[in-house]
Design a protein. Structure first.
Length: 414
């Protein structure tokens, strides 16, 4: 099957991990939330990073973040950026400790005279694909990232799992070798609320997030062979990190044996690098779409995906673009034949790349890899101590996830 961007459900494995410890004396911690300077609304998924380095994290859905900076680096400033806002710089020392509010100013787009809107957006996408070898790493990377997955039944969380991972990512020009993932440390919540009729599990964990790197894994979105099957429209020009970006919307133009996608691509005006991809699976044929998600289910169970959402962002560092953040969500209904009720589920996973080292000489050993068939929640212990992550940068939990974690901790302590 050509389409490789998938959620996989249901399987079982066992393992255990213990948290690594790191003294808070070794790093500065900056915590706060990102808001629009004019509307005072929170800004979701803003990038928080140390300029000139690969160290950073991402604000959560509520605009909340926590950034840990090793004191030995001697860093004086950190930056926050987001689509449509001016990148802002803040002093480290002045913002250590406590929960601060960081404001970003909206950025009005003033196009330089040299910027010309392309007449054919499909040709623009094709040219951006041709520039991938020039715009993205030509050598492999050792990535460090924070990964989270959560499953909700109706409005209640039934499972939350988190992990710090290392990823050996092969170069963007070489796709024969598979990226390797190693779990550094991880934890899970157990059942925050026990499911009543169905056990839902997410297979693949961080591997699914790495597959969503659509620049490295073009499949049917950025594969030249499939450009003819999409309709493209240039809809806007916006600013990202102080640089003008074309906004290209796309939607299916053909009916194929597998479902296509619709969404939006952001392409840097000068470099023609893909900077953001937002897209969803076409669910107009429910039966065709369902085959992308289910590994195993009871014969009498009916499954219907109702919504999918994918977000992939890239960060420019010294002229190259690197994977920065990945988030995917799927909502579906499951019901049993000959029964009246049906139950709504939501599966979410996200991964932020918090550090990277180029061209590492040794790959992660196969015996240490987290395999695509593994299930994170079955491999890690129940452990939600607040100091669990030590000096690692993580994505702060959203308010609803934080509430579920607190509920689990209370029950766990009892």
């Amino acid at each position: 099957m050509k389409n490789a961007i998938i959620f996989l459900l249901i399987i079982i494995i066992v393992g255990s991990m213990m948290p690594a410890q790191s003294s808070s004396q070794e790093f500065h911690t900056i915590s706060g939330e990102v808001r629009d300077a004019r509307s005072r609304q929170t800004i979701a998924f803003a990038s928080v990073y140390i300029p000139g380095t690969s160290i950073g994290t991402v604000a959560n859905l509520d605009g909340v973040f926590s950034l840990k900076i090793q004191k030995s680096l001697g860093v004086s400033h950190f930056s926050i950026s987001h689509l449509g806002y001016q990148t802002a710089s803040f002093e480290v020392e002045a913002n250590v400790g406590g929960q601060k509010v960081f404001f970003l100013e909206p950025h009005s787009v003033v196009l330089p005279t040299v910027v010309v809107r392309p007449e054919d957006p499909r040709e623009l996408v094709k040219n951006a694909i041709d520039k991938i070898p020039e715009n993205y790493p030509e050598v492999g990377q050792r990535l460090t990232g924070f990964y989270r997955e959560a499953i909700k039944q109706r409005r209640d969380y039934v499972s939350i799992s988190e992990a710090v991972v290392d990823v050996d990512q092969t170069s963007y020009g070489f796709r024969m070798a598979r990226d390797r993932v190693k779990i550094i440390q991880a934890r899970r919540s157990g059942d925050v609320k026990r499911m009543d009729t169905l056990i839902v599990k997410l297979q693949g964990g961080p591997h699914v997030s790495m597959l969503l790197d659509v620049v490295k894994n073009p499949d049917v979105i950025l594969d030249k062979e499939y450009l003819q099957h999409y309709e493209y429209e240039l809809t806007d020009v916006v600013v990202i990190d102080g640089r003008s970006n074309y906004v290209v919307d796309f939607k299916p133009l053909s009916v194929l044996p597998f479902p296509l996608y619709y969404g939006r691509l952001y392409i840097d005006v000068e470099s023609l690098a893909f900077t953001i991809a937002e897209f969803s699976l076409d669910l107009s044929d429910r039966g065709k779409a369902a085959r992308n998600f289910i590994v195993r289910k009871p014969l009498s169970l009916r499954f219907a995906a109702t919504r999918t959402s994918y977000l992939v962002t890239y960060k420019e560092i010294k002229g190259k673009y690197y994977l920065n953040y990945v988030r995917n969500e799927m909502e579906f209904f499951a019901d049993w034949r000959r029964r009246i009720f049906r139950t709504a589920y939501t599966i979410m996973s996200e991964m932020a790349i918090t550090d990277r080292i180029p061209d590492t000489p040794d790959r992660i050993a196969r015996s240490e890899t987290f395999r695509p068939g593994n299930i994170l929640s079955d491999m890690v212990p129940q452990y939600f101590d607040p100091a669990f992550w030590g000096g690692y940068n993580v994505i702060e939990p959203e308010e609803s996830i934080e509430s579920a974690i607190q509920k689990f901790n209370k029950r766990f302590e009892e």
